[in-house]
Ligand binder design. Structure first.
Ligand code: ADP
Ligand code: MG
Length: 693
């Protein structure tokens, strides 16, 4: 249960005076539904109202707060011209300018002969000093309440700074003092304020420096968020470790046979990873290990060996992929090897229905099938295993922690291996997986040639098709990737269909197509035709982004490459350069290129190192956007900016480990405060891992 101290800030924004349902919608869109979301909505700029010049020396373009005597109102001869109110001080006269003015209102707020304070941007219009629609008008007394420095917040259409500013102030006023959760010595060393003071300070910047992510208040809030993230992950991990595991130690028979049947030798890193996994499985605790390797680094074989370890003991294993294409791809790789060693594998995706599906379920339930490969169809309630002992989750950034655990629940003490294609920078790894054990495949299998990548404008399409034709004549197969059109699959498909028709007009029937709106069977047929070389050009939307493996394909054309993110381009390009022949990637762009788009294409041309690309991506985009966090299950941060706060993240990780080492149930006084912290950042799921959660 959420601690009572937090109740006031978990109320809906409508509790704020003046925020009815209509404004609430706008406030929600800008910040979020609860007061706490308003607390996290930090200013992006400031207006400094301390500048209080006299008329004669007021600088145009600067926000000024001026004390003036109201001299005269001048109503315009027609409505298109502005209404002016002339004011003065000892040094000169200026005009306050109002369009679409209400005379009554202006005469009331600016009565002739009286002194008023106005604040707004000073302008010079011809010789006249002006201020158009001042932000504030009032008596000297009223304006003493005006903040000297006013925070400016990111807004949304229809929402004014005044309304949002007031709402945020309301939220901060409602924020309670909370017991300290940061280690006292560390807090003192950093010189950070308390949580509530940090909140107040972050929303009351005195100068530009206070807006910096490294200002003490913002650092403190960022640390709080990172600590809650790391603590939550550590708790989940700790409770996983507590679950009784089982020692799984096959005799190596099946593995030896498979290794003998492989047309290649395992790389050193594949061997090392396999040993690490086998050790984890042999230990009587649950395995939760991440197998991280760039596209093409050879994760599938490692996963198969891990699954066979379980099969050797007479138990079952499952491999879950994020897409159907990928599940089939895994099946295609693994099935011939399985046949060679005489074990049965079944495929279960959304497409298996009726009797076929039932037959598959039966084999899983009675143990007839040793290995199941599938999509999230494997999660369905009626899928039962006779003895599931290990699960491989080919994550490709698409599953969340939750799903991992669902599959784990289908067996007793299931060991879990999560596979991910690299581009996750270290910092992000930490936030997504905490201290999960990691095996890496840093190098690609031997003999791979780097992909020659070129960037060119779409105007050179004719040259591109000529080059494509030439490589087809030398035996190459070609991926032709069509652009993303504003997140709309329908439009993506239309673009792909157009391109398909055009390329068919050049190359005839050798051009195939695969896209996300095709039926499963059609997709398979298209992929198969391409893999077998019946089609030589495959026009595709990004469905081929993950995992697809056709070594003959050595050319890739990506249209509108400027619209893709770096990670996505890297994933796409990873589809080629898999065989022993040189590969070419052509990135076609439409002008004009934005600065970040130009930077992305440059990086793609310079390197195919997944780690470097991931780091650059983090710098260019910020963590929130990286990999499309929402669908990926990676956490989004509101206070922390991983490009800046990476050192804080490392400290938070160490701190979380230390905390749970000393107080695994969070029962001490600090432990209680830390529970509040978890709720504050809405990580209550983690609290459930505590005995008295
Ligand atoms: P990914 O890590 O992207 O899943 P895969 O497991 O699909 O990579 O492997 C990519 C390709 O490399 C496959 O065609 C696979 O057969 C091949 N491969 C894997 N390991 C080796 C190796 N040690 N030597 C040569 N080729 C290998
Ligand atoms: Mg793969």
């Amino acid at each position: 249960m959420r601690p009572e101290a937090l109740f006031p800030i978990f109320k809906p924004v409508t509790v704020i005076k003046g925020i009815g349902p209509r404004l609430a919608k706008l406030v929600e869109r800008a910040a979020g539904p609860h007061l706490v979301d308003l607390c996290w909505h930090l200013p992006s700029a400031i207006i400094d109202r301390r500048y209080a010049p006299q008329v004669a020396n007021a600088e145009p373009g600067v926000v000024a707060t001026m004390t003036l005597t109201v001299d005269s109102h001048k109503k315009p001869p027609n409505k298109r011209l502005p209404y002016k109110v002339y004011c003065s001080d000892d040094t000169g006269t200026m005009a306050l300018v109002f369009f679409h003015a209400h005379e009554d209102y202006l005469r009331k707020t600016l009565p002739e002969g009286e002194v008023r304070v106005v604040s707004g941007k000073v302008e010079k219009f011809g010789k006249e000093i002006q201020m158009t629609h001042p932000d504030h008008i009032g008596t000297a007394e009223e304006l003493t309440q005006l903040k000297a420095v006013e925070p400016v917040y990111p807004l949304t259409t229809g929402l004014t700074l005044k309304v949002l500013g007031k709402s945020i102030q309301g939220a901060i006023d409602a924020a309670p003092d909370l017991p300290e959760w940061i280690d006292a010595a560390y807090l003192a060393k950093q010189g950070w304020p308390t949580w509530r003071d940090a909140l107040v300070q972050a929303h009351a910047p005195e100068d530009e420096a206070a807006l910096e992510p490294l200002s003490p208040a913002r650092q403190r809030l960022a640390y709080d968020e990172l600590l809650s993230n790391q603590l939550a992950l550590a708790l989940v991990r700790l409770s996983m470790r507590r679950l009784k595991g089982r020692s799984i130690e096959g005799d190596g028979g099946l593995r030896a046979k498979v290794i003998a049947a492989l047309p290649f030798r395992l790389t050193q890193s594949q061997e090392t990873a396999s040993v690490e996994i086998a050790q984890d499985m042999a230990a009587p605790i649950r395995m939760l290990r991440l197998l991280q390797g760039d596209v093409g680094s050879g994760k599938t074989v490692v996963a198969l060996l891990a699954m066979l370890n379980a099969v050797e003991t007479g138990e079952q294993a499952a491999l879950m992929a994020p897409t159907e294409i990928l599940a089939r791809q895994h099946l295609a790789t693994i099935e011939p090897l399985a046949q060679a060693i005489g074990i049965e594998i079944v495929l279960l995706t959304g497409r298996e229905k009726g009797k076929t599906r039932q037959a598959i379920l039966d084999k899983l339930a009675n143990g007839g099938a040793a290995i199941a490969i599938g999509t999230h169809a494997l999660f369905q309630d009626d899928v039962e295993f006779k003895a599931l002992a290990m699960a491989v989750i080919d994550e490709q950034h698409r599953f969340g922690v939750h799903q991992r655990l669902t599959l784990a629940a289908k067996g007793k003490a299931v060991d879990i291996l999560v596979m991910t294609a690299t581009p996750i920078p270290r910092t992000l790894m930490l936030t997504a997986y905490g201290d999960m054990d990691v095996s890496r495949l840093p190098d690609k299998p031997p003999g791979r040639l780097p992909v020659d990548t070129r960037v060119m404008p779409i105007e050179r399409l004719d040259d591109v098709t000529i080059a494509v034709k030439r490589s087809m004549e030398t035996g190459a197969s070609v991926y032709w990737v069509c652009p993303l059109v504003e997140e709309s699959e329908v439009l993506d498909v239309a673009a792909a269909e157009d391109r398909h028709a055009y390329l068919q007009s050049l190359f005839g029937d050798t051009v195939g197509m695969v896209h996300g709106r095709m039926k499963g069977k059609e997709k398979d047929a298209a992929m198969e035709a391409f893999a077998e070389g019946k089609t030589r050009v495959l026009v595709a939307t990004t469905v081929i982004e993950v995992g697809v493996d056709v070594p003959k394909a050595t050319v890739m054309v990506i249209e509108h490459a400027e619209r893709f993110g770096l990670a996505q381009l890297h994933q796409l390009r990873g589809r080629i350069g898999r065989g022993d022949r040189p590969s070419n990637c052509l990135l076609l762009y439409a002008s004009p290129l934005t600065v970040p788009a130009k930077a992305r294409l440059k990086i793609m041309r310079e390197t195919d190192d997944g780690f470097r690309i991931a780091e650059e991506d983090l710098k260019l985009r910020g963590a929130g956007e990286l990999l499309g966090t929402r669908q990926s299950g990676l956490p989004e941060f509101r206070m922390a900016d991983l490009a800046v706060h990476d050192e804080l993240l490392a400290t938070a990780r160490d701190d979380a480990a230390l905390i749970l080492d000393r107080d695994p149930e969070l029962e001490s006084e600090r432990g209680q405060s830390l529970r509040t912290l978890l709720y504050l950042f809405e990580r209550e799921a983690a609290v459930r891992n505590l005995r008295s959660g």
